[in-house]
Design a protein around this ligand. Structure first.
Ligand code: ZN
Length: 151
């Protein structure tokens, strides 16, 4: 990354970790507990699905390092209101971005693209993926728990 990107990355991570968006409980939602023991990040993701399987709303609570919090904050912003297929595509694209550095083919990634910088640091990939693993679990079954240990 060049210096300018590096600075932008720092700013975005700091901003979202200090003032996480969509932070809080969501009554009537499906909740998944996410755990990243190698870093100590923990979060609960709350997702409300529409009858057609689309994402009506999502919020999260929990605590952890700046990257895990920023990734969760950005994820909730991006996935809110998305049809199910699009949300699944986002999930896949984000995973490819942080593990392989593959440029996302889906539109609207925005600041999320900056998290691609974590791919050089395998421990940080787990932090960045925590909220997304929780979302993946929420898509599969209502509730449960995930860990990024096998990431
Ligand atoms: Zn972490």
């Amino acid at each position: 990354m060049n210096t300018e990107l590096e600075e932008l990355y720092q700013q975005v991570i700091l901003d979202h970790s200090k003032r996480p968006r969509n932070y809080g409980e969501l009554p009537g939602a499906v909740s998944v507990h996410g755990d990243n023991p190698s870093c100590g990040d923990e979060l609960d993701l709350h997702v409300k699905f529409r009858a057609d399987g689309g994402v009506e709303d999502l919020k999260f609570t929990g605590s952890g390092c700046a990257i895990s919090q920023a990734s969760a904050s950005l994820m909730t912003m991006k996935l809110k209101g998305k049809p199910r297929a699009e949300a699944e595509e986002f999930l896949r694209a984000f995973h490819h971005l942080v593990t392989a550095g593959t440029a996302p083919t889906v539109k609207g990634f925005g600041d999320l693209i900056l998290l691609g910088g974590v791919r050089k640091f395998p421990q940080r990939v787990k932090c960045a993926m925590l909220a997304w693993r929780a979302f993946e679990q929420a898509l599969r079954e209502p509730g449960g728990a995930v860990t990024t240990e096998a990431e």
